[in-house]
Design a protein around this ligand. Structure first.
Ligand SMILES: *Cc1c(COP(=O)(O)O)cnc(C)c1O
Length: 495
């Protein structure tokens, strides 16, 4: 299977090369030239298999330059008992007769980013071997909280890689900061940036495009790479859990083979819901894809009107991983819906870069509305939904998950579609103790990791063991820099 760029189809490469590059040089996203198809026999064969086998079989369809045995080895490392706190890896929790919640936060950092970031480093490390690369890959990450920790956890002590994470000094939750500054591993580094997430992100982008830094690093035996969700190696492991959820529903007798299910996904950069779309395109029986946003509702408007317009206020919300106005992975969807028309996609992306806005063709708009339904949930709605789930179902959900649960309720009220729906739960409520406690009527007492205990004592839900272990864990990193000093931090780190 070859991969090509959404902005130039003549750029073609193997999967290993695509994983190593992350992004095409023309700015496009690297995308498989065809979407492999699965049938009932394929699904039936997965029903009684553990998650790691499901992952290897699905990924092997796309990564034809990796062997299935190789992928199974990676999956066993990624999703084994040392990393995930349940053998189901991505279990479904039944909420009511036609509503199930797909819990994606049982990994080492308690956010769904682990599902892909436990896998990507292994795909990358193998890609270095397969492409005969002798330099060390240095992963630079700007994070608003979840990605940085999950990426460090995935890359810690992976041979021929180093990872350096920048986070906004006052822009992450106390638990998130504690998670990052206590990270173990000889090849990791963390630095706080004075400023907000955009400052950190702009700094990383500048370093990526600085030819003189690249040349210096090349002399020292390094090249820069990215673990951002535009890397195909992050999308593919996410396709797996939608197929896995369908298999679990079959196994548990909740559906019969061929029944359609809907997926509802709390969305930021459009990676997670794009993976659900690929599962559908592969032939998984899927009805609607319900795209849930917080107050940053650019996608809701887009799905309804066909106009993508990022010229609007940026809202800081209690679901920060979805505070985003440019959803990068949407480009892959446009490419597919346009009939792989690279020229058309380039036109949209040029307009977005120049004016912050584009309008898709009537054909794409019709296709979008056929496949998707979009809605958003504001801050009061998020808190009310956390309280409602706790009260009605005894189920504690985090702020991002609550956005999905609320938008699902809106969808049902608007359409009367009662199809069995799986909504994604993307973080443990313990990552956002403060907001969750407030939502269920408690007054947060103390700060940061102290709130873990408080939430535990009122909810009785077990604290994820890695979060519980943060208390008293030694801080390893204490570095802070100004935005302009980020280059120096990189050059120091890569001596
Ligand atoms: C990253 C993230 C999201 C958004 O996922 P996308 O793939 O960017 O759409 C939602 N919830 C949580 C908790 C996240 O960390």
């Amino acid at each position: 299977m070859k991969y090509y760029s959404t902005r130039d189809k003549s750029v073609r490469m193997e999967a290993a090369e695509a994983v190593k590059m992350g992004l095409s040089r023309d700015g496009g996203l690297l995308t498989p030239v065809e979407i492999p198809q699965i049938d009932e026999a394929f699904l039936r064969a997965l029903v009684d298999q553990p998650y790691a086998v499901r992952a290897a079989k699905v990924m092997a369809l796309y990564l034809t330059d990796y062997t299935e045995e190789e992928l199974l080895g990676f999956a066993n490392n990624a999703y084994g008992p040392e990393k995930f706190d349940t053998p189901a890896v991505a279990p479904l929790r039944k909420v009511d007769a036609n509503t199930h919640c797909l819990e994606l936060w049982h990994g080492p950092t308690s956010a769904f980013k682990d599902m892909a970031l436990q896998m990507l480093p292994q795909l990358l490390s193998a890609a270095l071997r397969k492409t005969g690369e002798d330099k060390t890959a240095c992963i630079l990450v700007a994070t608003s909280g979840d990605t940085g920790k999950a990426a460090m956890e995935g890359f810690a002590d992976v041979p021929q890689t180093k990872i350096l994470v920048f986070y906004p000094k006052d822009g992450v939750s106390a638990v998130q900061e504690a998670q990052m500054v206590t990270q173990e591993g000889a090849n990791v580094g963390v630095c706080a940036v004075v400023g907000n997430f955009d400052d950190a992100q702009a700094g990383v982008k500048r370093i990526f495009s600085d030819e003189s830094i690249r040349a210096t690093l090349a002399e020292r035996g390094y090249f820069l790479s990215s673990a951002n969700s535009i890397n195909w190696g992050r999308i593919l492991p996410q396709v797996v859990y939608y197929i896995s959820a369908y298999c679990d529903l079959l196994r548990d007798g909740e559906i019969t083979m061929g029944d359609k299910v809907n997926f509802c996904v709390p969305t930021g950069n459009f990676g997670d819901i794009l993976a659900a779309y690929y599962a559908k395109r592969m032939g998984l029986p899927v009805g609607k894809l319900i795209c849930a946003s917080n107050r940053n509702d650019v996608l809701t408007d887009f799905l309804r009107t066909g106009v993508y317009d990022r010229n609007r206020p940026f809202h800081t919300t209690m679901s920060p991983s979805m505070d985003i106005l440019v959803s990068s992975n949407l480009e892959r969807l446009l490419f597919d819906l346009s009939g792989e028309n690279d020229e058309e996609v380039r036109g949209y992306m040029d307009a977005l870069a120049k004016t912050g806005k584009y309008e898709v063709s009537d054909a794409i708009r019709a296709a979008l509305q056929e496949q998707y339904w979009g809605g958003y949930c504001d801050e009061a709605g998020t808190a009310a939904t956390i309280a409602r789930y706790e009260r009605d179902y005894g189920y504690l959900i985090d702020t991002h998950t609550a956005v999905a649960a609320d938008v699902l309720a809106q969808y049902r009220a608007a359409t009367e579609d009662e199809t069995l729906t799986v909504f994604a739960s993307t973080a443990s409520p313990y990552k956002f103790c403060n907001h969750v406690l407030t939502a269920i009527g408690q007054t947060p007492e103390g700060d940061g990791v102290e709130l873990l205990e408080q939430l535990h004592s009122v909810s009785g839900v077990a604290i994820p063991r890695r979060l519980a272990a943060l208390k008293g864990k030694a801080r390893r990193f204490d570095l802070t820099c100004e935005k302009a000093g980020m280059d120096g931090v990189v050059l120091d780190f890569l001596r």
